[in-house]
Design a protein around this ligand. Sequence first.
Ligand code: HEC
Length: 122
Amino acid sequence: MRRLLACSLLLLAAVACQQPRDAATPQPAPAQGPLTDAQARAVYDRACMSCHGPTGKGNGPRAAMLRTSPTDFTDPAWQAQAQDDALRAVIAQGRGSMPPFKHRLNPQEIDGVLRVVRAFAP
Ligand code: HEC
């Protein structure tokens, strides 16, 4: 129980530390057509990499603190069975230790990070 509390506090602190940067940009930004690959990667780096890691293996610096492990996007079996619509839903609504992003990312940004996730396929 104490551990859980300590972990929750750590997680809260981590979230709180990200606030100033997030507050500087209105979230989600107004929709403006599809993102370029570079823009999509920048959103991934900002919003997803801390857990999913730079190469999508699910080994970001925060991964060890999570209750459920981030999905390994480089697993071909996972890529083959994953449906785009289901992945968009997980990104928007969250699941397990994955937080929801629908209030921080607009649909174009969600499509963009989904492309990044797909590009991690071997
Ligand atoms: C706080 C850590 C964390 C962050 C930040 C995070 N994720 Fe996740 N993600 C997870 C975890 C944990 C899972 C596994 C969820 C489960 O247990 O079902 C996951 C699962 C997923 C899945 C797979 C769902 C499936 O069907 O297997 C996708 C896709 C995904 N994340 C995309 C993203 C994207 C894109 C971002 C950035 C916008 C992001 N995640 C940010 C932790 C995170």
